[in-house]
Design a protein around this ligand. Structure first.
Ligand SMILES: Nc1ncnc2c1ncn2[C@@H]1O[C@H](COP(=O)(O)OP(=O)(O)OP(=O)(O)O)[C@@H](O)[C@H]1O
Length: 648
């Protein structure tokens, strides 16, 4: 593993967390400068999907926003909360940037998916919203390409060119056209996602903000993830089509009358325009998708590039239908050959917690080919801290939990690639396995669980110094002596001992999200509760000390002394290199393992305070080396069994 990679990541992480903590505004916005914020346009979306654009003045606060909504929507504001990503807006709106989408939710006691709360009148809505047919929500230099498309679509709408509903997929999607009638953009409204109130394909039943199709992605939050994937695709490496978030108004959009409180859908549709918050992506003409075609002709580089992106963003939805394929003739293609791949549909990336990713490419032979030099260079240059900062700037509604997943997965990717793992091996480490009817935690999750345990242990015995190399070594010997590799009864995890953190470790995310909802109702924010920013002054000295102590320590050095390994069930580690990969932790027939298996979310990242998170990342990196050795030994074993017939 490259010491070059490791040290800066850790040091920058601590420094960034430090800087981040210094600002009372989690998104690093105007508030940190302490200046009042001027006039801004924001977009307030109700949990049933209706959208109202409004201009905020300096003196406006959450109550005035609610008041305006009450007038426009007849919404009982005393029973509602205004939220913006992780923030529940009690009063002060100075952290809210221009073009931000805010969500107005009814408090949980009053919420029921079967009883619509609103009797909104779209006519009122439109009268109070003076925006044009398409408004881009935040738009940096990175969206210059899309700006022109937006203009072209707006022009076509005005001249009466209608969009075309897309029939495939579970969510509502529409091809928008230019004045010539060519499809140039695909628009996916956030309230038409699967389970969202206005899904046109019958998959309804949840309000915006509740856990959705994937437990770790809330309904209504896929749109900004589509944009995040595009923004993270530096240098257009993986070929993600340009994407922005928009407020868009058109009668074509779907509204479920019952879910949204509309009395007569047709009447609304015919007489009124409907505004939505939606992802707006460049339409890419293509010949088919990867499910329609043999995959062996896909260029190795294209598969690698998409896989690299999927690992970074922990994509839970890379099925073959989400890879468009374009034939490029005569060797003139981007990769010198016949097929170009276009990755789409990134709405289920960056979950708030680790779950089971889905990587269609995992068993494609291309994924087992080692990374090329330029891919390794690209990976080496990735900077999770810079990426997180960029996303906070560009998409201020993004939740810190999603950014933690990004940071964790980018570190995994960088370290794994530097170690020499191939894409398939990294994907395998991130994927869960089914044994019998049970889902087991992935190797990545096991590393995280162990890292959390070590951090919790350190918190319980704070007076004990950090173990040095000898201590680590001693620990390993003792561990192996107490629990030899062939031992049938493995030591349990001590989740019970670690207090609050351990309970969270085993809690299901769905429960977590519901809890957060309840918290929302009490008008407290996660951020204010201390998940991210509380006790900052108390943390500062120790954080800077930690930051200092991380400087100059290479992972090679640390890995060799930590020598962690991974073991599932009762199977012994068969590492070829087990001299350096002695056992570090095991999950087997223990009660903790039973507990783990009973849970669909094995490890939570979002409930750690900042100091804990930094310590966790440090432990995580230390443990990776053992996990990589273990993974390598598995693939080596598999290859030996398969022989050499799998050449690509
Ligand atoms: N950028 C694009 N260019 C061209 N066609 C696209 C693009 N994005 C999506 N499509 C087409 O629209 C269809 C639906 O899009 P998408 O898969 O993103 O929707 P979805 O509702 O999220 O689907 P799923 O149910 O698979 O998650 C795709 O199968 C594809 O044919």
């Amino acid at each position: 593993m490259s010491p070059k990679l490791n040290s800066p990541v850790q040091t920058q992480m601590a420094v960034s967390v430090l800087n981040h903590s210094l600002s009372s505004d989690p998104h690093g916005n105007q508030k940190s400068e302490g200046k009042p914020v001027g006039r801004r346009r924001v977009f307030v979306q109700t949990e049933t999907g209706l959208v109202l654009g409004m201009d905020l003045d300096r003196g406006d606060n959450a109550h005035t926003v609610k008041r305006r909504l009450q007038l426009a929507l007849n919404f009982p504001t005393e029973e509602s909360s205004l939220t913006f990503g992780d923030l529940v807006l009690k009063n002060d709106l100075s952290a809210i940037r221009r073009d931000s989408p805010l969500l107005l939710t009814r408090n949980i006691l009053h919420r029921s998916s079967s009883t619509p709360c609103l009797s909104p009148c779209c006519k009122d809505l439109q009268q109070r919203d003076s925006g044009g047919p398409i408004e881009v929500l935040g738009c940096s230099s990175r969206c210059s390409q899309t700006k022109q498309l937006v203009k072209d679509v707006a022009k076509a709408i005005k001249s009466g060119v209608d969009p075309i509903p897309v029939h495939s997929g579970l969510g509502g999607a529409y091809y928008f056209r230019n004045s010539r009638g060519d499809s140039i953009a695909i628009v996916k409204p956030t309230d038409e996602e699967p389970f969202a109130p206005n899904n046109p394909k019958g998959f309804v039943g949840k309000a915006l903000g509740q856990p959705g199709l994937k437990g770790s992605v809330r309904v209504g939050e896929t749109g900004f993830r589509e944009v995040a994937a595009y923004l993270l695709d530096h240098d257009h490496f993986a070929n993600v089509p340009p994407t922005v978030l928009v407020k868009i108004t058109h009668p074509v959009f779907h509204v479920n009358a019952r879910e949204s409180g509309h009395n007569n859908k047709n009447q609304d549709k015919n007489q009124h325009l409907i505004s939505k918050i939606a992802s707006f992506q460049k339409y890419i003409s293509h010949d088919f998708d990867a499910s329609d075609h043999g995959t062996s002709s896909f260029p190795v580089a294209a598969v690698h590039r998409i896989g690299i992106l999927d690992v970074r963003i922990f994509n839970t939805d890379r099925h073959a239908g989400n890879l468009l394929v374009r034939k490029v003739g005569g060797g003139a293609g981007r990769f010198g050959g016949q097929m170009e791949l276009i990755p789409i549909d990134h709405g289920l990336c960056l979950p708030e917690n680790l779950e089971d990713p889905y990587f269609e490419w995992i068993h494609w032979p291309q994924a087992s080919i080692p990374f090329s030099e330029d891919e390794l260079e690209y990976i080496a240059n990735l900077d999770p801290v810079r990426d997180s900062e960029m996303l906070r700037m560009e998409l201020p509604m993004i939740r810190e939990a999603c950014l933690r997943v990004l940071v964790l997965c980018t570190i995994l990717l960088k370290e794994a690639a530097a170690f020499g793992l191939c894409l398939a091996e990294i994907g395998e480490m991130m994927s869960r396995e089914f044994r019998g009817m049970e889902e087991e935690p992935s190797e990545l999750e096991l590393v995280c669980i162990e890292a959390r345990r070590l951090v919790a242990e350190r918190e319980i015995f704070p007076s004990e110094a950090e173990p040095g190399p000898e201590d680590d070594f001693q620990f390993n010997i003792e561990f192996e002596n107490s629990y030899p590799m062939t031992h049938k009864v493995l030591p349990p995890y001590h989740f019970g001992v670690t207090g609050g953190a351990s309970i969270h470790t085993l809690s299901k995310l769905e429960e977590g999200l519901e809890e957060e909802d309840e918290d929302d109702n009490h008008e407290t924010s996660n951020v204010q509760k201390g998940t991210c920013f509380s006790n900052v002054p108390r943390l500062l000295p120790s954080l800077s000390k930690l930051s200092e102590s991380l400087k100059g320590i290479g992972l090679n050095e640390k890995s060799q002394r930590v020598t962690a390994g991974v073991r599932k069930g009762n199977g012994a580690i068969t590492s070829k290199d087990n001299s350096s990969c002695s056992i570090g932790f095991q999950v087997g027939t223990s009660s903790a393992c039973d507990q783990l298996q009973a849970s669909s979310n094995f490890v939570k990242l979002s409930d750690m305070g900042e100091e804990q998170w930094v310590a966790f990342l440090e432990k995580f990196q230390e443990l990776l080396f053992g996990a990589f050795c273990h993974r390598k030994s598995i693939t080596t074993g598999q290859r030996q069994r398969l022989g050499t017939s799998c050449k690509f």
